[in-house]
Design a protein around this ligand. Structure first.
Ligand code: PLP
Length: 433
């Protein structure tokens, strides 16, 4: 029988789980357990020796989290995934799995602030240099790399420019140099399929659109299985030389009978085991609940966001709107090359009245929440100049994109007329003229 390629709407509901064989439960059970009974000592030894896959201890794997991992693997078209306790942790592991003291990565400078800080300070403290470049010229990645470069990194739709990362162009340079491309696709699940565009690894903050309901922090790394680690042996010693962290295992050799899973397996059995950023089974369950409706939500969010962006553009209190669905000319073609089915739920806009207008707008909202989050079913707003970026000097703040009157919206799935009414009344309340 021909294998049917299921579509995202179906995979989000059915991939990786049908029923629990013991109870016949249709909802994915929450396996709230720490440990798993081995059949006998030979069974235990085969699991520890990586000869067989099986559950050992929930810090390293858990059946509820496995469904989440396998379902997102199916959606992305990868070979394996690792769920971890936050998006920050997913990115940290994605780099630490390849880079050690003295190595470097090249990253787009347009990043979520928490990841920017991890790269500029946390990684630096570990001896890993992050070379920030402007991704609007893909060749910057080639120019900044050398023989100690272990990865390229970018976000699909980074705030505040919301300019889609040129995944295809930079993955071509990646393939040329033998350096994997890691994409943080947090802001555009379903809309962007990074592996189809040539990326090698995807990281997610599951906290945002995938969970979608603002109730659980989580992160995930997906491996495309497309990067040939052995071919570039000297560049990737963590995968190609005996690993003292795992009794001398050479991961690229050990996985040969199992498939191209050296990267994602090492992330689990070395990094997750040692650093312990495990996702709790309860959070995996909640994130799976969100995942089931992700395609529907992304579609509704994009439709609402387009209408709101167009409304903002026409409002007299607003001087500028940043939304990929409003891009024109080559910028629009570029956005279309990376995104399909919509332009996402994030909108940035500038109020003519500066800082005071920004604060006034936020304080006047009645329906839209004022929170430091994105990707919720509810519409969320923040004024970076008075919150997330308020500690920066005026110069650094503007350089980070948080100009005085800049407001970020993360559009949800409320009825759009209700959203337009709330945003409209808040703009009117703060509009001078
Ligand atoms: N990546 C992006 C694009 C984000 O927006 C965030 C959080 O806002 C993160 C990563 C970090 O995720 P978490 O908060 O789950 O650690």
């Amino acid at each position: 029988m021909t294998k049917v390629q299921l579509r995202p709407e179906t995979l989000a509901l059915h991939a990786a789980y049908r029923r629990d064989d013991t109870t016949r439960s249709v909802a994915v059970p929450i396996y709230q357990t720490v440990a798993y009974q081995f059949d006998d000592t030979a069974h235990a030894a085969s699991l520890f020796g990586l000869e067989k896959f099986g559950n050992i201890y929930t810090r390293i794997m858990n059946p509820t989290s496995s469904v989440l991992e396998e379902r997102i693997t199916a959606l992305e078209g990868g070979v394996g995934a690792l769920a971890v306790s936050s998006g920050q942790s997913a990115t940290a592991f994605s780099i630490q799995n390849l880079a050690r003291n003295g190595d470097n990565i090249v990253s787009s400078s347009d990043l979520y602030g928490g990841i920017w800080n991890l790269f500029a300070n946390g990684m630096k403290d570990m001896g890993i240099e992050v070379r920030f470049v402007d991704s609007s010229d893909p060749e910057n990645f080639r120019r900044a790399s050398d023989d100690r470069t272990r990865a390229f990194y970018g976000e699909t739709l980074a705030n505040p420019k919301l300019y889609p990362f040129p995944i295809r162009e930079i993955s071509t340079i990646s393939d040329d140099l033998g350096i994997p491309l890691i994409i943080d696709n947090t802001a555009a699940p379903i809309l962007c399929r990074p592996f189809d565009l040539g990326a090698h690894i995807i990281v997610y903050s599951l906290t945002k659109y995938i969970g979608g309901h603002g109730n659980s922090i989580g992160g995930l790394i997906v491996d495309s299985g497309r990067f040939d680690w052995s071919k570039h042996g000297s560049r990737f010693p963590t995968l190609n030389s005996p690993d003292a962290n795992y009794h001398g295992t050479i991961f690229s050799e050990a996985v040969k009978p199992l498939g191209p899973i050296a990267y994602i397996l090492r992330a689990r059995v070395v990094l997750l085991r040692d650093f312990g950023s495990a996702l709790s089974p309860m959070n995996s369950f909640l994130l799976l609940q969100g995942l089931e409706t992700l395609p529907l939500r992304m579609s509704a969010i994009c439709d609402n966001a387009q209408v709101i962006a167009e409304f903002l553009l026409k409002h007299k209190a607003v001087s500028r709107v940043v939304y990929p669905g409003l891009f024109e000319g080559t910028e629009r073609d570029h956005a279309r090359a990376v995104l399909s089915g919509g332009f996402g739920g994030l909108i940035g806009f500038e109020l003519k009245g500066g800082v005071e207008a920004g604060k006034c707008f936020i304080d006047s909202l009645r329906l839209v929440y004022h929170v430091a989050n994105i990707g919720d079913v509810r519409t969320l707003a923040i004024h970076p100049a008075s919150t997330t970026q308020s500690q920066l000097s005026a110069e650094d703040r503007v350089a980070s994109g948080a100009s005085d009157g800049y407001v970020r919206l993360s559009v949800g799935i409320e009825h759009r007329e209700d959203l337009l009414a709330d945003i409209g009344q808040a703009l009117d309340a703060c509009c001078d003229g």
